[in-house]
Design a protein around this ligand. Structure first.
Ligand code: SPV
Ligand code: MG
Length: 292
């Protein structure tokens, strides 16, 4: 079995470029991200759980995350990095999840070294309990052992900075995860200044490329990230969802305020635009051939 989307992601990184992806909660958002020219989609646990309006705290099941990622994958041609939280349990759950995500054509999974059930990393006062290093290394080995194609990518996400355990702990964990065969290291930070991440990146001399999620330190531009030299993937994890919520609330307020929908045309795309994103033109083409 060949995983062509994983190969695509690997190729863009090998070329020395920065692969830039954006977080989606559903297939429509994934499609917009592809159309805007990004390299990959991040199927976000925050986004998918928010689409059910429940906390990002391991509440919905592996299958709900899988179905969301599968639906995205079916309508786009760029790779997906699936945010698989803590791997949904122990090494057995991880092996099972990797088989299902890879069968669905997903290019990569990212798994974080926290205890199940987890809290979102950016949640003020959230439970940020780290798993034992060896337990997590075992989960990474289980993931790599379960993948069927050579190309499939397993990203180890280090949460030591999020949990406040410091840079040395983060580095020690990241080196151990590379030994356990992780393909890339996602180093996450909730600092509102890029200093913490820049310091980690400068100290890192492991074999694996690094992945950043600059939600809380947006000052760090792609150009500056490329200059750091060791980062190959950047994920803008949740901006389309946050923009959509803002836009929808403004629209809903306006309808309430004026008592009708006669003032809101400029706040929306036309229905025909939605039809186009849904692939109606392609469906009509095939109707011509096949509807007798
Ligand atoms: C997500 O988008 O679900 C992530 C990134 O895991 S964060 O919200 O920063 O934890
Ligand atoms: Mg997540």
């Amino acid at each position: 079995m060949k995983n062509e989307r994983a190969e695509m992601l690997r190729r863009s990184i090998a070329a020395g470029d920065l692969a830039v992806g954006v977080g989606a909660r559903d297939a429509l958002e994934a499609k917009l991200i592809e159309r805007a020219g990004f390299d990959f989609v991040w199927s976000s646990s925050l986004g998918i759980s928010a689409s059910y309006a429940v906390p990002d705290a391991s509440l919905i099941s592996m299958y709900q995350y899988l179905e969301a990622a599968r639906a995205m994958n079916e309508v786009i041609g760029i790779p997906i990095i699936a945010d698989c939280d803590t791997g949904y349990g122990n090494a057995n759950n991880v092996a099972y999840a990797v088989k299902r995500f890879e069968e669905a054509g997903i290019a990569a999974i990212s798994m974080e070294d926290k205890k199940f059930p987890k809290d979102n990393s950016l949640l003020a006062g959230g439970r940020q309990e780290l798993a034992h290093v060896e337990e997590f290394a075992g989960k990474l080995m289980a993931a790599k052992d379960a993948q069927r194609s050579e190309e499939f990518i397993v990203i180890a996400r280090v949460e030591a900075l999020i949990a406040g355990w410091g840079e040395q702990e983060a580095l020690d964990r990241a080196y151990r995860y590379v030994e356990a065969d992780a393909d890339y290291i996602l180093i996450h930070s909730k600092s509102t200044e890029p200093g913490e991440i820049v310091s980690f990146v400068n100290a890192w001399d492991g074999a694996a490329p690094l992945v950043l999620v600059p939600t809380t330190y947006p000052q760090l531009t792609e150009e500056q990230i490329l200059d750091l030299g060791k980062v190959r993937i950047v994920i803008y994890a949740n901006q389309p969802m946050r923009a959509a919520v803002r836009a929808q609330e403004l629209l809903l307020e306006e309808i309430k305020r004026v008592g009708g929908i006669h003032t809101i045309d400029k706040m929306m795309v036309p229905v025909s635009y939605i039809f186009e994103i849904q692939g109606v033109p392609q469906m009509k083409e095939s109707e011509k051939k096949f509807l007798k």
